[in-house]
Write a protein that binds this ligand. Structure first.
Ligand SMILES: Nc1ncnc2c1ncn2[C@@H]1O[C@H](COP(=O)(O)OP(=O)(O)OP(=O)(O)O)[C@@H](O)[C@H]1O
Ligand SMILES: [Mg+2]
Length: 272
């Protein structure tokens, strides 16, 4: 039994490490993560999804936060099923994908408070991601992970080809993002870095360079790329509009912060 499980795990690991994107899938996988919680992952996920959808790209958002699944709140929908109906074998993949009110954006909702056990759940989530890629329907799958670097988040990171880390410039957030960099540098080729609550690109670039230098000093893998893709300032409009279950860039497309988010997406598209 254990042998069978191990060989299944090995097989999946081979798929994910050698050829992380399914060969025939047009769907690009983007995983949003941070280390520290509350830095803006879900906000970025929803707004990036919206900007991509306006470029006529078909986007599927997967709410992979089991601490506090809030994508359905941001998109203002009450989904009948969540990804756990699929994990539990009660619904098939297409049944858990719901349309949002925004053209070109679909959602797989998460479920708060789900108990993840790395023994019993291992590889189910990576398999879910691979199954979505195999559908070959979407241009981009955005996975919004929860806070922290627990086994559950690591499982999504392991299967991900494009990882976007969101951080603020708080020392604690930067410490967490460096831990993330250290961990990813073992298996991955790089990550994209975006600063939230940060006024200027100069600050973002300077901190990215410091992280790169720290990595060199600590002899992280030489070819691990840390790519700065933008900074987004704090805006009262972002938090207030989220409370009314609306997407900021849809409501204020010409706001200077929306322009910054658009720049992030332009840089992102050059990198994935
Ligand atoms: N640039 C910003 N300006 C003002 N408020 C923001 C900004 N970005 C995010 N927020 C607000 O900060 C709070 C946390 O954001 P969000 O939920 O996106 O973080 P998170 O990283 O997904 O959190 P968690 O780790 O709990 O999943 C929310 O109330 C959101 O509206
Ligand atoms: Mg979140």
């Amino acid at each position: 039994m254990l042998d069978a499980k191990l060989s299944q795990a090995k097989k999946l690991f081979n798929i994910t490490s050698q050829n992380e994107q399914l060969p025939n899938s047009k769907t690009k996988l983007l995983t949003i993560t941070s280390g520290k919680g509350g830095v803006g992952k879900s906000t970025f996920t929803a707004n990036i999804a919206h900007i991509l959808s306006k470029k006529n790209l078909k986007v599927l958002v997967l709410d992979a936060d089991i601490g506090l699944a809030n994508m359905q709140v941001l998109f203002d929908i009450r989904p009948q099923y969540t990804l756990f109906d699929y994990i539990n074998g009660q619904k098939n993949l297409k049944e858990i994908i719901v349309d949002t009110r925004y053209k070109n954006i679909s959602l797989i909702a998460g479920k708060s408070g789900y108990q993840y056990s790395s023994n019993s759940n291992s590889f189910i989530f990576s398999r879910l991601v691979l199954d979505i890629l195999a559908l070959n329907i979407y241009d981009i799958l955005i996975v919004d992970t929860g806070a922290g670097l627990n086994d559950y988040v690591k499982e999504f990171l392991r299967v991900s080809t494009n990882i976007l880390a969101i951080t603020s410039t708080d020392p604690s957030a930067l410490t967490d993002v460096y831990s993330l960099i250290k961990m990813l540098s073992i298996e991955k080729n790089g990550l994209m870095l975006c600063f939230n609550h940060t006024k200027s690109d100069n600050i973002g670039i300077a901190i990215s360079n410091s992280l790169i230098n720290l990595g060199k000093k600590n002899r992280l893998k030489d070819d691990f790329m840390i790519k700065y893709i933008g900074s987004v300032p704090s805006s009262e409009k972002i938090s207030s509009i989220a409370r009314t279950r609306k997407i900021f860039v849809n409501e204020f497309p010409f706001d200077e912060v929306a322009v910054k988010l658009n720049n992030v997406v332009d840089n992102l598209l050059k990198s994935i």
